[in-house]
Design a binder for this molecule. Sequence first.
Ligand SMILES: [Zn+2]
Ligand SMILES: [Zn+2]
Length: 611
Amino acid sequence: MASLCCRNDHPINQLKLKEKIYRGRTGLNTKKCGICDKPIHRKSPRWRCEPKCAYYVCQNCYGEKTLAKITVAVAATADEKPEEEAPCNDIIGLTNAVTLLPLIATLTGRDFLHDYSDDEEDVEEAEAGQCASCSLWGMCFAGSAPSPAKERLRSDTGDYSLLGGRSDSDQTDDRSRTSTQFTLLTESPVLEMMEETETEDGNVPPFLPEGHGMTRTVTKALFANIVTAPAVGGLEIETNHSAYLLPPEVVLFEPTASEIGKPYEAGKPGKRLIFLNTKLSEGETEELQKLHKALAEESLVTREGVGDFPLYVRLHALRILQQSKFDTKRALEIMLTHLNMRVKCFPLSEETVFKDLQKGLMYWHGRDRMARPCLVWRLERMTGFTKERALKLVLFVLEYAIRFALVPGRVENWILIVDLEGVGMSHTSSANREIAKNIAILLEQVYCGRNFQTKIMSLPWVIRSIVNSFIPADKKEKVQFVGGSELQTVMGKLFEPHQLETRYGGTAPDLAPEQTYPFNFFPNARGPEGNDPSADKSLHMFADRAFHEGNLWDESSADVKAEWIDGVKGQSLSSAAVSDLEGFGVNGIKACKDVTSWLQLVNPEEAKRRQ
Ligand SMILES: [Zn+2]
Ligand SMILES: [Zn+2]
């Protein structure tokens, strides 16, 4: 189906939103809708083509024209509709599908986040290039702030500071409680920090999109204690975990080259999936070196002259680089986003989010055959959430996997199911788009490098071809629409049936919202073979935070290498990791392949008790 096009015949597939992102400018350079010729208010959504021709379409016209095109297409292709797909030939169903488009544009990154200036946008965006593509599936959100904004980023403001001190009392009882204290001396919500107030010297402080608003003063204050902010952990949990949260098959998983992914080499994009406890390529080491150098030269993330990665992103440094396409400036901005959106929101207690967890907006359910946990995001259930509550909930859910369900060097990724069932007009409000956008930032930046694949369910088939044109080319292999007729085939390739809810092509019961937490995990994700009934169901109660951290094998300098190289001997390493180590000249370390030796490394007390 042909989509709506600009005068030069480019498909109109980019949505531009003004709300909240840009304030205080006059109405210079008013845009007009290319169809109805009415002016488009700078706060109203507008659509245009990817090459950014000066041709805009208002939301009304976009909806109407797309609807008309779809109606024609549906009539013409009535015979081609897959039988299992829900019928969608009534006008209400079609209108509903079309109203989804702005929301889906947000999810696929066809929704601009860096609207700094109407005056500059055409030039700046064309130059910056990547800026237009910040997306759930892959590119920068932070990376391509036009230069004036980057200057503004350096203004010195900020009225709150952080006093730290973490009392880490990771216990190894069967609740694996983490208690991380990280005290913010402010009540102001972290994400609301770029209010436009005058500073003492009368300069307008930085105005930045949410998640960017870090200023030097704040950073300096943070840095008095920044050594205490960990890269993993920060949740306080009282409820018992699933009895199958961390089975031996996950803890001892041996990744092959295809699970490890393709390391970055200069000139080629990095497609690495496993970043920790593994030897890095020369190209990656060089890029880490550049990042250390850039850190030493700037004064936002670390003090000037300090090139060490802050502890809270040390393990994630290469992930962040890959996410920013090895652009160090963008990588630094992602570090700030990480600080703003994760570090400063922790610790987060289960109690605070418990009710929201039971609404089933986002939850973990089972693992695929490569032991990757499956994250389910049901957009329909956004209703009633405020942005702050939704973000806290999502932070909790994502950090949960990092802290409890993943294993460095072995299982570092997840699979994301985005379920659009029941999503309709009531979900496409700007408030909901705002929530979706912020969740996308968390997934793409703060928890970058984690998503193995995204499966989108229940997308009305009539708009699939339009939505396909939204997805950036380099993300198409990672993102797939799964129609009702393909569920079993597509999902069956990845998952044992009992790991998935029936609604996603598995055999596990479909869960009511309140059944989704505590998260559900199951035995035998890798298949029934070799299952020993006397084996441990789960080992999570014996694993502390250090186990879930692992190391980034950063060799960018002798000092940096010295920080981790001695520690590797005490870690549970895969066969691949051990042969990597031999490449370093570190010999005599054995791969950890059974629970007994795993316990000796990770929990000697329990190992002794079992003797
Ligand atoms: Zn119009
Ligand atoms: Zn065009």
